[in-house]
Design a protein around this ligand. Structure first.
Ligand code: BGC
Length: 768
């Protein structure tokens, strides 16, 4: 008998076995939940839906601040868990980072009360914002922020960051992470643009999916002690308020909401994301926390999301206090829970939330079946996380916490992201014997390299916690020796002031010193911030910083401007004066080292812009704009400023070598509904250094029933080439990749011609 067919079947039998096991496990979880649910009182169920912040159960004079050092207020903890059955705790205390062992102790204590003293012994699920490494754990590996990872255009860095962060979050005893941010970062004014993957829906989706896999596991699952449950946020349309300011109204037509905002969330949900956090804002006049269409119809029914829907901070209360759509707190709770919220990040007055929700159910204003649905989802996440068996994980079991390997991965991500925007006469890389003046408010600070959500919410404590890492100045000094490096701040941020306040600081001396060196490295940008405190009135770089750049340029010495910033601040007034420009974004604790390696040529830069860098605050058009947004002035016609003319385009970034694209070919002249086309292009390194290139594939719908975008990114890949080396890159494209959403919300690929573009090459393909 021929054995081959059976041998071939073995992997399938094995897969079927795994599949049956996981189905069996899921059924078992469902049965256990149903049995638990029948034992629960209404009060116990409602308690599961309540989430409080750590300070509420910390010793202190008020609910809002705890004494330092932190210790649990046992009476308050018992009240929350035993009397009100609170099911979840979040956040850190007094906005500080704690050592992992202290986290273990706090969470261990909470779980002890929940699991040894409560009637049903249901564990608490602890949640945290560990958004680029474990924000609130001392000594954790801090990676670049998401916007920086996006600039690598290599999803492996998103995966690595999430994998390491999951491990170190669990080492801190925490199983649930409010990350990743999958908001469409199309408005550079928004204070949280740095928390996401930039302006392109496809790039966000690809990176986001890798973060889910890194957090939750590819082969294992969230009950592994090295994985965490993710929370994708902020569903939906959070990052584009009309004013550009956080938590102010947005106006988004349905087709745009679906085509540009929804896709990355859909991908993350398909990849298994365990929870979703709701947008704090208001879309088309409706607070999203009260929007049944978005939370229940779209997320839970259409996308078939089975996980937990958690509110954002105080956002149920906000329906009453801020948005005025509920006359009191009770009505706010009714609106939000009926819209589909499962857990309320209250986060302070849990008594009021629990009492009101119990009353609403008794009065028939909220159905008990809605509460059951919410509790089922919450208990399921807790069971999947293995909290009954392993309620708190401990640092001693995590030998790889803050390992060398993780540090290398964080460094590598920064090194592949930093983007070279200008290099006049190839003045970079610099020779290691160059005499340098390092100046500017961002030259000697770890805070500016990390941004918000680093050791504290606003990141203002970073210089205290991150002393062992190198600022830009220190990294340059280590690289070339301190003798050739002078440092004068010129401009400094105001200590204790608002993040955007800066002042002259030995300004004249900086200009004088510039005359004695070969090159000036001018470090500008922003100080750290996030959310409302990061709102901004003017996207232009600050007056003092522009002035420093202008005066330094007047010395005639070449100036290399290094920008470390959470969003692209306008620099058009000084850009022509700079010999070189390097954008670090927010590269994290190893960003200074990565930058120094790039400035002196030990690393060849390969980062590309994940957003459009605008020239002016009134021209904030993304790369996927409409043809009408590119109206050029005809010869002799009136002058008007309607040109699409950004400072730098999405996807732009220079390299110390050069690449030539040739021989674009497509497997077929037409694209079929059911068969993908294959696209090939040859890329050659024509320079003298090895380097990495991001190969991007764009398409343009030439004519459509809705005015089409000028182009859209459909695929990308990052390759490495030695000097003289040539590689062929292959992409596959489906008819669905050419589709757009009609005003009534349907995906359609319309027959007609489409242009396929990569580098400066293009070809037309037909869809019939
Ligand atoms: C933010 C969320 C965050 C939550 C908990 C909110 O203010 O909008 O992104 O997860 O706080 O810290």
């Amino acid at each position: 008998m021929n054995k081959t067919p059976i041998a071939k079947l073995i992997p399938f039998v094995f897969l079927f076995f795994l599949f049956s096991c996981s189905v069996g496990k899921r059924d078992k979880i469902d049965q256990e939940i149903e049995s638990l649910l029948t034992k629960m009182t209404l009060e116990e169920k409602v308690g599961q839906m309540a989430q409080i912040t750590l300070d509420v159960i910390g010793k202190g004079d008020s609910r809002y601040n705890s004494y330092e050092p932190f210790s649990v207020d046992t009476a308050m903890l018992r009240k929350a868990i035993l009397e009100y059955h609170v099911g979840s705790v979040l956040n850190t205390t007094n906005n500080y980072a704690l050592p992992p062992a202290q986290w273990n102790e706090i969470i261990g204590f909470i779980q002890q009360v929940a699991m040894e003293e409560s009637r049903l012994r249901i564990p608490v699920v602890y949640g945290i914002d560990a958004i680029h490494g474990v924000t609130y754990t001392e000594g954790a590996t801090i990676f670049p922020q998401q916007i920086t990872l996006a600039a690598t255009f290599d999803p492996v860095h998103a995966y690595n960051m999430a994998r390491v962060t999951a491990y170190e979050t669990r080492a801190s005893g925490i199983p649930w992470n409010f990350s990743p941010v999958l908001d469409l970062g199309s408005d550079p004014r928004f204070s949280r643009q740095f928390e996401g993957f930039g302006e392109d829906p496809y790039l966000i989706g690809v990176m986001g999916e890798q973060m889910i896999l890194g957090y939750e596991g590819i082969t294992d699952s969230v009950n592994s002690p090295y994985k965490v449950a993710t929370c994708v946020k902020h569903f939906l349309g959070y990052a584009v308020p009309a004013s550009g300011k956080d938590r102010t109204p947005a106006y988004i037509p349905e087709n745009m909401l679906r085509e540009y905002h929804l896709e990355p969330f859909k991908k993350a949900i398909d990849a298994g994301a365990e929870s979703v956090m709701i947008n704090s804002g208001i879309i088309n006049g409706i607070s999203v926390h009260a929007n049944h269409k978005i939370i229940t119809e779209l997320l839970k029914e259409e996308l078939k999301f089975e996980g937990v829907v958690v509110s954002d901070w105080m956002d149920i209360i906000n329906l009453h206090t801020r948005d005025k759509i509920a006359v009191d707190n009770k009505e706010a709770i009714k609106l939000a829970i009926n819209a589909g919220i499962d857990m309320s990040m209250i986060p302070y007055e849990f008594e009021r939330f629990c009492q009101n929700l119990v009353a609403l159910v008794k009065e028939g204003e909220v159905k008990e079946s809605r509460v059951d649905d919410a509790v089922r989802r919450i208990l399921k996440m807790k069971m999947k996380l293995g909290l009954w068996e392993n309620p708190v994980t401990r640092i001693d079991d995590y030998p790889e916490f803050a390992s060398e390997k993780s540090a290398r991965e964080a460094y590598q991500a920064a090194a592949e992201a930093i983007t070279l925007l200008k290099n006049e006469n190839n003045m970079l890389p610099l020779s290691k014997s160059t005499k340098i003046l390092v100046t500017g408010p961002n030259a000697n600070s770890m805070r500016v390299l990390n941004g918000g959500w680093t050791y504290s919410w606003q990141g203002e404590k970073t210089d205290h916690y991150a002393q062992q890492y190198n600022t830009i100045l220190e990294a340059i000094q280590h690289k070339v020796g301190a003798v050739n490096v002078k440092y004068v701040p010129g401009v400094s941020y105001v200590e204790g002031g608002h993040y955007y306040e800066d002042k002259e600081d030995r300004f004249g001396e900086a200009i004088r010193q510039a005359k004695n060196v070969d090159v000036v490295v001018l470090c500008l940008g922003e100080n750290s911030y996030t959310e409302k405190p990061g709102d901004l009135n003017d996207l232009t770089l600050s007056h003092n910083q522009l002035n420093l750049a202008k005066e330094l340029a007047k010395t005639g010495k070449p100036v290399v401007m290094v920008l470390s910033e959470g969003r692209p601040r306008c620099i058009s007034a000084i850009e022509p004066l700079m010999a070189g420009i390097v954008l670090t974004y927010l590269p994290g604790n190893y960003g200074g080292d990565a930058l120094a390696d790039i400035l002196f040529g030990d690393v060849n830069p390969s980062g590309k812009l994940p957003y459009t860098y605008p020239s002016y605050p009134n021209s904030l058009v993304t790369y996927y704009h409409k043809p009408a947004e590119e109206q050029k002035r005809a010869e002799g016609a009136y002058i008007y400023e309607s040109d699409y003319n950004p400072q730098y385009e999405f996807g732009f970034g220079l390299n110390y070598t050069s690449f030539e694209y040739s021989n674009l070919r497509i497997s077929s002249e037409t694209i079929d509904k059911n068969k993908p086309v294959e696209i090939f292009v040859d890329i050659m390194n024509t320079g003298s250094r090895s380097g990495k290139e991001v190969v991007m594939l764009y398409t343009s719908d030439l004519y459509a029933s809705i005015t089409p975008d000028v182009k859209r990114l459909r695929r990308f890949t990052k390759i490495e080439l030695e000097p003289g080396e040539k590689k062929t890159v292959k992409f596959e494209l489906n008819a669905r990749d050419l589709a757009f959403i009609t005003p009534d919300g349907k995906w359609v690929t319309e027959p007609g011609d489409f242009e396929i573009k990569t580098g400066s090459l293009k070809q037309t393909i037909k869809y019939e």
